[in-house]
Design a protein around this ligand. Structure first.
Ligand SMILES: Nc1ncnc2c1ncn2[C@@H]1O[C@H](COP(=O)(O)OP(=O)(O)OP(=O)(O)O)[C@@H](O)[C@H]1O
Ligand SMILES: [Mg+2]
Length: 310
């Protein structure tokens, strides 16, 4: 049944007397009191009611000798949506705090593993070294997940410096074990851009991991990375892969937080990448034939940022 709010005087009845209404079953008009709010100073009462329609509430008050100042139906869909947004915001805040706190213990694990492998390098068998590099990669992928949560939940300042796009991409994939069935083709010509290097690295890491996961292990596949200098002060970075296409109706949905089609996906990789690109005043979108993620960045981000400040 729809929910309504009404307001009227409490006609001298005490709060205790009025509060008893909340425990009563529906009256003959089908009206139930869900909640009451009092404004003692103005002798007013606001009721949250469950009722078949507005008319039954007027009748309910008439029968009890009350005159309502207003009766408003609560837009339930809107309320549910607001609650969901609020819940997401709380969840975002919590996970961003947890992620932040995980950074220190992760750094301790990473440092200890690095120290062990440097100190005992000669004594470790290839099997142990292989296990150590697995731990290393796992730590890296955890730190990328933490970055995704933080980049998604908080807007952090950019540290802009000139970076070679080629180096940024190579750094981003260094910790990834590229499967043997996948070939990666890099652009011929490098471009240097003013960007936040580590943040852009995590964007490339997300896009290339997604591409590898989309190609899968069953068939040979290819990832092609292209840099295109546009005439209008813009640079495009395209990451294409030979995996199956993204269903058309999902091409924009995949950038929504928590959307994933993977069993162990968080669904934060693309939304946090989009946040980073938008912080750079750039754009990112997905298209098919072949599956391509296109990032557009400005060659003169500082001009755009100074427009922000003014
Ligand atoms: N290259 C791609 N080819 C096909 N589908 C893709 C590709 N990249 C992303 N997707 C789709 O977009 C969804 C969201 O991607 P996103 O990176 O945000 O999260 P995820 O990869 O599912 O999880 P996580 O990044 O946390 O591992 C994926 O689950 C997948 O369905
Ligand atoms: Mg992903």
């Amino acid at each position: 049944m729809p929910i309504f709010i009404d307001g009227h005087s409490s006609k001298g009845l005490t709060h205790e007397e009025l509060e008893k209404l909340v425990d009563l079953p529906p009256d003959k008009f089908g009206v139930t009191h869900l909640e009451l709010f009092f404004n003692k100073k103005e002798d007013r009462i606001y009721c949250v009611l469950d009722a078949p329609d507005e008319e039954s509430i007027w009748k309910h008050h008439e029968a009890a000798g009350f005159k309502c100042d207003f009766i408003t139906e609560v837009d339930q869909v809107k309320t549910e949506k607001t609650t969901k947004t609020e819940k997401l915001a709380i969840l975002g805040q919590m996970s961003s705090n947890i992620s932040h706190d995980l950074r220190n213990p992760m750094a301790v694990i990473k440092n200890s593993v690095d120290l062990l492998s440097i100190k005992y390098k000669d004594q470790f068998s290839p099997g142990v070294l292989d296990q150590i590099s697995k731990i290393d990669r796992a730590i890296f992928s955890m730190s990328m997940m933490i970055n995704d949560v933080l980049n998604f939940a908080r807007t952090q300042y950019l540290h802009l410096e000139d970076h070679s796009l080629m180096n940024t991409i190579t750094h981003s994939i260094a910790p990834i074990k590229i499967p043997q069935n996948i070939k990666i083709t890099f652009p011929q010509k490098d471009i240097v851009l003013k960007v936040d290097g580590p943040k852009l690295e995590s964007v490339f890491y997300n896009l290339i991991m997604n591409a590898i996961q989309s190609i899968g292990e069953m068939h040979d596949g290819e990832i092609i990375i292209k840099f295109i200098e546009k005439t209008n002060d813009k640079v495009q970075i395209k990451i294409q892969n030979s995996g199956p296409p993204i269903p058309d109706e999902l091409l924009t949905k995949i950038f929504e937080p928590l959307f994933t089609t993977k069993q162990h996906g968080t669904g934060l990789g693309l939304p946090s990448s989009k946040n980073i690109i938008e912080q750079h005043h750039g754009t990112i979108y997905a298209s098919n034939n072949p599956t391509t993620f296109t990032i557009t960045l400005s060659k003169h981000i500082e001009r755009l940022l100074s427009v922000d400040k003014n």
